[in-house]
Design a binder for this molecule. Structure first.
Ligand code: ADP
Ligand code: ASP
Ligand code: MG
Length: 419
């Protein structure tokens, strides 16, 4: 008998028919005697629609009312799934974030989980009632509803799995696992049977939206066994948890030591959600970088790549950095407020750019991965605007028009194309 967390994303709960299909997956596990917590997203497109209402009303994405509005989609799907399970004779109840409670900080719009009191949840589950949990939402320390950033139901699920000390956390989505790159961009992408936490973390943070980055961080920290699989597989042909056969479906995210077959590059990710900001002719003196980036950090704006070019006379620099495109307007406001402290001639902003990353744990012990990448891109005429690296990742910023060409070129270069 396993304690199991199952999470279903937007396309898996797109309408009542789909929710009935989800209920069959839950039934399979409940019938096998597993104690289930089921985390659900809002119906596909619902959160976007709610965000558009906020925009129409002139609101921003970092206040408590934003969260009150956009968290509502999950409340509906949780209620519907619990209702359907009950009509099927499976005892179930819905839980909203505040009812658990799943506590977060006060960073509305992208709150972080600080604590989950799983006692009541576990008591109810072990008493034979399936817990159907509204993902994406929690109770902030100011007493208001908070949401966990777009794609945050993954994080709800993994954090709840950690709090319940669950045997596994299954993320059901519209693809049958984690692929070498987004399968929508090349048919040559292939499914990975296993991927290490470290690689998955880089893949997610570099744009592979199949898992929210924070969810992988929590899985890695608490050693949650994470399985990514498709809700569109026949519910009855999937082996239930605890049978020993369940790892044959999907992709298991696990420790590197569990992976026998190792490659230099395991995946390619890209993100279009970037905005490039350039401060032109900034005075080159101590304290300027701090004057730019400390106020941005205080405004909860994450800065990603930073490039600085010093002019020939050494008196000025052009400072280029990237932020998430949703943060671009606020970034420009913060920079304007700093005009008195930072001496710059002009600020430029662009969003038609993409960050492309190649990822692999084998990279740390192999020379030449970056050189091969730059040469292959140059041969296709792709200009590199900025570069950043970590031990297991190389990222480049390129013009958005070249995204598909660049992904496909690198996918072939590193031998990732399926046979
Ligand atoms: P859900 O609504 O279930 O949370 P998402 O749309 O957030 O689903 O994530 C699933 C999508 O992630 C897939 O449809 C796929 O296009 C995309 N994706 C991007 N990169 C990858 C990858 N490397 N492997 C699998 N899917 C990926
Ligand atoms: N419904 C939320 C979103 O669309 C959370 C999620 O689906 O994970 O971002
Ligand atoms: Mg998602």
């Amino acid at each position: 008998m396993a304690v199991l967390v199952m999470k279903f994303g937007g396309t898996s709960v797109a309408d009542v028919e789909h929710i009935k299909n989800v209920a069959q997956h839950v039934k399979r596990e409940a019938d096998a005697g597993n104690h289930c917590a089921v985390v659900v997203s809002a119906m596909a497109g619902r959160t976007n629609q709610l965000v558009s209402y906020v925009n129409e009303a002139g609101g921003d994405n970092v206040c408590a009312e934003y969260d009150a509005i956009v968290s509502s989609g999950e409340q509906v799907t949780a209620g519907l799934l619990a209702m359907i399970l009950n009509t099927m004779g499976i005892k179930a109840r819905s839980w909203q974030g505040w009812q658990i409670p799943l506590r977060t900080n006060e960073a509305h719009g992208k709150a972080r989980i600080v604590d989950i009191d799983a006692d009541n949840l576990l008591k109810s589950m072990t008493g034979g009632t399936v817990a159907v949990i509204a993902g994406f939402q929690g109770l902030a320390s100011d007493g208001r509803i908070a949401t966990l950033g777009r794609g945050g139901s993954d994080t709800s699920a993994v954090a709840i799995a950690a709090a319940l000390k669950a045997d596994r956390c299954d993320i059901y989505t519209d693809v049958d696992g984690v692929y070498t790159t987004d399968p929508r961009i090349t048919p040559k992408a292939h499914k990975l049977d296993k991927i290490s936490y470290e690689e998955m973390l880089e893949m997610a943070s570099q744009g592979a939206k199949v898992l929210q980055t924070r969810s992988v961080e929590i899985a890695m920290k608490h050693k949650v066994r994470l399985s990514v699989r498709s809700s569109f597989d026949d519910p009855l042909s999937c082996p239930p948890a605890g049978t020993g056969d369940e790892n044959r479906v999907g992709t298991l995210v696990c420790d590197e030591e569990e992976i026998v077959e190792k490659h230099i590059v395991n995946g390619i990710a890209y993100t279009k959600d970037e905005a490039k900001i350039t401060l032109v002719r900034v005075a080159d003196k101590p304290g300027i970088a701090a004057a730019v980036f400390v106020p941005l950090a205080k405004a909860n704006i994450n800065v990603d790549m930073i490039v600085q070019n010093i002019s020939d006379d050494g008196k000025f620099t052009d400072m280029t950095f990237t932020v998430q495109d949703v943060d671009m307007e606020r970034t420009l406001e913060v920079i304007e407020q700093q005009r008195g402290t930072i001496d710059f001639e002009e600020v430029r902003a662009a969003t038609n750019i993409v960050k492309l990353s190649v990822i692999g744990v084998g990279m740390s012990s192999h020379a030449g991965v970056a050189g091969d990448m730059f040469a292959a891109l140059a041969e296709k005429g792709v200009n590199i605007l900025a570069i950043s690296t970590s031990e297991i990742k190389i990222s480049v910023l390129i013009d958005a028009d070249y995204t598909e060409l660049a992904v496909r070129t690198l996918h072939t270069l590193y031998g990732l194309d399926k046979d």
